[in-house]
Design a protein around this ligand. Structure first.
Ligand code: 2HG
Ligand code: ZN
Length: 465
């Protein structure tokens, strides 16, 4: 099912007060960076997987923080909301325009500062892709730690705003652990620049951290000061076949003892089969021969192959080095695309304490048996964090019921309804159930203080009302 977001506000660029606003925006960023033609707007109005659609009267592409400030002020004066967008690789509708809002693209913020090898940090514009950032860091013999399949399109700004996770969280934490500072524009047009990245500073709450995971609702992030990590040039991976998910989880303590452990990913058999079929490659292990697969990656300055080889003496699995490892990652990175090629799934990104993962998936399967027996369930994710991506294809009318069932089960098991994709518009109604009224009231108070006019990304994250 695809979802169209937004209300009845006209998206027609010729309609007042939009026409006046478009003229103001042109004066701020130049004609070339205000897109009003339907075909120019189209790629900004639908997310990369074609899951979320909306319309905007115009796309505005400022190039400096000062221009962002002027854009926000002009939109506020016109009473028209703003939806910030980075690489448009979101999965919860958080950066697709709604209700006639202006789409503010951060695409032009592509500046990458010099790598500070003393501090092991770099300043990156919000529009820099994760892949560009990694390449830039590697040229200085360092690396950027957060990594996931959409690295070629996903941007720094989006990663900050969603507290992106990916495959290396087990070693380096999420985006929150990498953000040392930000430059951000508040709804009133004031610019906060905290890019010094001092590793020690106790001078009140850390505003950059407040913006991590705020999904474009508190400010427009234009740049970030990011921590870098050593670049491990030697890697070795393994795909381990486990009889069951319970056995896969039971592997974790042993894996955590591997000195160079870099990633522990979960591929349920159907996810492995689907990605391999999509890529037309032979699965490294027959998918139907196991109940769950664990993909382990080790990275170090010295070749970690022996560490993994030793582990494999006690497990059924294959070692993947060099081109074989690349293939394993290609398979892992293509699961989302392989699912998307079959249809638009119900996609839920949940996490539970890892010992409850099996209970979660049992509840999901049981729900499907009664609600949508013909639907296809594809599960994969990040085992070490108990984070699974539950993708359901063909649930039809049962989609809302399955969404409720999966999210309720995650909460009841002490987990979360969003581990790395964000709340977006998809799950805004659920925030209070997850966090409780006191926490949501505190979040609303912060939103109200920083954006009293609800200019920035209305409808995202905070439940309506
Ligand atoms: C991944 O882990 C992403 O590959 C996408 O978080 C997950 O498609 C998904 O459900
Ligand atoms: Zn993921």
């Amino acid at each position: 099912m695809t979802t169209t977001v937004g209300g009845a506000t006209p998206a027609d660029p010729a309609a007042a007060p939009v026409a006046g606003l478009v003229a103001s925006l042109r004066a701020i960023v130049g004609d070339a960076h205000v897109l009003v033609d339907a075909d120019m707007r189209a790629t900004y109005e639908t997310d990369w997987l074609g899951q979320w659609h909306g319309t905007t009267p115009c796309v505005v592409r400022p190039g400096t923080a000062e221009q962002v400030a002027a854009v926000l002020q002009a939109c506020a004066a016109a009473g028209i909301a703003v939806v910030p967008q980075g690489g448009n690789t979101g999965l919860v509708g958080g950066s697709v325009p709604r209700g006639g809002a202006v789409l503010l693209s951060l695409q032009r913020f592509t500046e990458l500062g010099p790598v500070d090898t003393l501090a092991m940090q770099v300043t990156a514009g919000a529009g820099v892709t994760i892949e560009q950032l990694q390449q830039h860091a590697r040229a200085a013999d360092l690396d950027f730690a957060v990594d996931w399949g959409a690295r070629a399109s996903a941007t720094v700004g989006g990663a900050v705003n969603t507290n992106a996770g990916g495959s290396r969280v087990v070693r380096f934490g999420t985006m929150r652990a990498q953000v040392a500072g930000v430059q951000a524009v508040l709804a009133d047009g004031s610019v906060i620049t905290q890019l010094h990245g001092l590793p020690k500073e106790t001078a009140g709450p850390h505003l950059p951290s407040l913006l991590v995971g705020s999904e474009g609702t508190l400010a427009v992030v234009t740049a970030a000061r990011l921590r870098l990590v050593p670049w491990f040039r030697s890697s070795a991976a393994a795909l381990i076949a486990c009889d069951s998910l319970v056995d896969a989880v039971a592997l974790l303590p042993q894996l955590r003892h591997l000195p160079s452990l870099d990633a522990v990913e979960l591929l349920m058999p159907e996810a492995l089969a689907l990605a391999c079929a999509h890529l037309a490659v032979r699965p490294p292990i027959e998918p139907a021969s196991a109940g769950a697969f664990v993909m382990v990656d080790c990275a170090a300055h010295l070749d970690p192959t022996d560490e993994l080889a030793e582990l494999l003496q006690l497990q059924r699995g294959v070692l993947a080095v060099g081109a074989q490892r690349d293939l394993l990652y290609r398979i892992r990175d293509h699961v989302t695309i392989a699912i998307g090629a079959r249809g638009v799934p119900l996609k839920l990104d949940v996490a539970v304490p890892v010992q409850h993962l099996d209970r979660l998936l049992r509840a999901v399967r049981q729900g499907l048996r009664t609600q949508a027996p013909a639907a296809e369930l594809i599960v994969f994710g990040h085992l070490a964090e108990g984070n699974v991506h539950v993708n359901i294809l063909g649930a039809g009318d049962a989609e809302p019921r399955m969404r409720d069932l999966v999210l309720t089960a995650a909460i009841d098991l002490g987990g979360t309804i969003s581990a790395e994709h964000g709340i977006g518009v998809a799950k805004a109604d659920w925030l209070e159930r997850l966090k409780g009224p006191a926490a949501v009231a505190a979040l609303r108070a912060i939103k109200q203080a920083l954006d009293p006019g609800n200019l920035l990304n209305p409808g995202v994250l905070y439940p309506p009302g």
